[in-house]
Design a protein around this ligand. Structure first.
Ligand SMILES: Cc1cc2nc3c(=O)[nH]c(=O)nc-3n(C[C@H](O)[C@H](O)[C@H](O)COP(=O)(O)O)c2cc1C
Length: 188
């Protein structure tokens, strides 16, 4: 039997548990953990959405500089992901140094990619809109970096590796079993 929920908080799961990097005017980087990370326009152009509370330091930085990087994570990074989402960079903490992550230069934007993350998506802000309790920040994808085993024969992304970290409201899970590829049921 199904019942109507009293609390409709964040009903769609899972989503990535991603680390988003941004920089201040002097180039000092910050990191925020976000569960609200999603594809919006998937091909021409490629636009990502992130939903971010205006009170966060990262919101201030991204709005000011117009750039950010979405870094996808794996299960081995779960503690660092949790820590980056539990403390604000507003008071000067360097989350890279504090939590043992390594910044590396991006190709097109000032915020660094995170070396330990297998996929890094460089974005330039294409629009910001307040939607309820978060701001929706749309970002045009300038470049995607991926580790070798996450790139398919056509040079696209293939996130087939187990252990990709996802967020299921309040809990971290690692992706496990691959069940099929797009169109496999029809081809059978
Ligand atoms: C797993 C996880 C998911 C989160 N998702 C979001 C989110 O989607 N949007 C948001 O604004 N904050 C989210 N947060 C909270 C921010 O990461 C947190 O407020 C962070 O300390 C802000 O850092 P900053 O002030 O340095 O930008 C999440 C935190 C965790 C741990």
């Amino acid at each position: 039997m199904k019942r109507l929920l009293n609390n409709m908080y964040r009903p769609v799961n899972p989503s990535p548990a991603a680390l988003i990097t941004s920089v201040d005017e002097k180039g000092k980087p910050n990191i925020i953990t976000l569960g609200e990370v999603f594809n919006v326009s998937i091909k021409q152009p490629v636009i990502m959405g992130i939903a971010i509370r205006p009170a966060t330091y990262s919101h201030y930085l991204i709005k000011k500089t117009g750039e950010y990087v979405i870094n996808l994570t794996t299960s081995s990074l779960v503690e660092k992901v949790d820590l980056c989402g539990s403390v604000s960079g507003r008071n000067g903490i360097d989350k890279f140094a504090e939590f043992g992550l390594t910044p590396e230069a991006s190709s097109f934007v000032k915020p660094p990619i995170i070396k330990e993350c297998p996929v890094n998506i460089e974005c330039r802000v294409a629009g910001i809109q307040t939607v309820g309790d978060h701001d929706l920040i749309l970002g045009e994808v300038m470049a995607v970096h991926a580790e070798d085993d996450m790139i398919d024969e056509q040079g696209g992304l293939n996130l087939g590796r187990p252990g990709l970290l996802v967020y299921v409201t309040g809990n971290y899970w690692a992706l496990g079993e691959k069940l099929g590829s797009h169109g496999f049921a029809r081809r059978k």
